[in-house]
Design a protein around this ligand. Structure first.
Ligand SMILES: [Fe+2]
Length: 223
C-alpha cells in the first residue's frame, strides 16, 4: 500500500472514532471510545512525524508545509495529553475533545489537499510503496507497545528538553557586544541677533514696550 493511501485511511478512521466518542451513550462507552481514538491519533502522529515528513523533506517537497504539519502534530499531541488528565464525566472533557477535533480536522483538510497530493505527484509509486511498508511496520510496533499517555508525555518531554540546548547555542552565536557609542556633544548655541532691551537704543525701547502692552488694561496711576 502507498504511504499516502495508508495515511488517508487513518484520517478517515480517526474521523469515525471522533464520532464514536461524541455518540457514546454513557461514561464507560465514552471512555472506551476515547482510548481507541487516542491510540489511533498518537500512533498516526508518530508515523507522520517520524517517517513520512522526513521522507517528504528529503525529497524537498513543500518543505514549509511539512514544518507546519509538524507543528500541527505537536499541538494535537499536547491537547491529547491534556485529555488524559480528565475523566469523561468532567466538565472540561467535552471542551478538550472539541478542540482536539478542530485541530485534527484542520490538519486533515490542509494536508490532504496539498501535501499528500503533491507527494503523490512528485514521488514515484515504488518509493511511496516503500514508505508505506515502513509506516505499517512502525504501526505494528506502536500498537504492541500501548501506553499512549506515556508515549505522549515522552514526546512532549523531549520537545521541552531540547529547548535549553537551543537557547545556549543562540547565546553563544550572539556577536560580541560593541563598545557603547559616546553621546554627541550638543553644538554651542549661536548668540541671538535679535535686539534685547539691554542692547536696544532708548528711543526704540519705548516703542517695543508699547507694542507688548497694546491691548492690555492700562496700569493704574500711582497718583
Ligand atoms: Fe495526518
Amino acid at each position: 500500500m502507498k504511504a499516502t493511501e495508508l495515511l488517508r485511511e487513518q484520517h478517515r478512521e480517526i474521523e469515525r472514532l471522533f464520532q464514536s466518542v461524541q455518540a457514546a451513550e454513557d461514561e464507560a462507552e465514552k471512555a472506551a471510545a476515547f482510548r481507541e481514538l487516542a491510540a489511533m491519533i498518537a500512533n498516526h502522529s508518530a508515523l507522520e512525524t517520524e517517517i513520512f515528513y522526513p521522507a517528504a523533506m528529503e525529497a524537498q517537497i513543500l518543505t514549509d508545509e511539512v514544518r507546519e504539519a509538524e507543528e500541527e502534530h505537536a499541538a494535537v499531541d499536547f491537547t491529547l495529553y491534556r485529555l488524559f488528565q480528565v475523566q469523561p464525566e468532567d466538565e472540561t472533557f467535552q471542551a478538550r475533545v472539541m478542540v482536539l477535533e478542530e485541530l485534527f480536522t484542520r490538519h486533515v483538510e490542509d494536508r490532504e489537499e496539498t501535501l499528500l497530493s503533491q507527494v503523490e505527484t512528485s514521488m514515484g509509486d515504488t518509493r511511496l510503496e516503500e514508505i508505506g511498508e515502513q509506516l505499517k511496520a512502525r504501526m505494528q510496533v506502536l500498537q504492541r507497545r500501548g501506553n499512549v499517555e506515556g508515549m505522549l508525555a515522552q514526546r512532549i518531554g523531549s520537545e521541552i528538553a531540547r529547548r535549553p540546548a537551543r537557547r545556549a547555542r543562540t547565546v553563544q552565536e550572539k556577536p560580541a557586544r560593541r563598545a557603547p557609542v559616546k553621546a554627541k556633544k550638543a553644538p554651542a548655541r549661536k548668540p541671538s541677533t535679535k535686539p534685547t532691551a539691554r542692547t536696544m537704543p532708548r528711543s526704540q525701547r519705548a516703542n517695543a514696550a508699547n507694542k507688548t502692552t497694546r491691548g492690555r488694561k492700562p496700569a493704574r496711576s500711582s497718583r
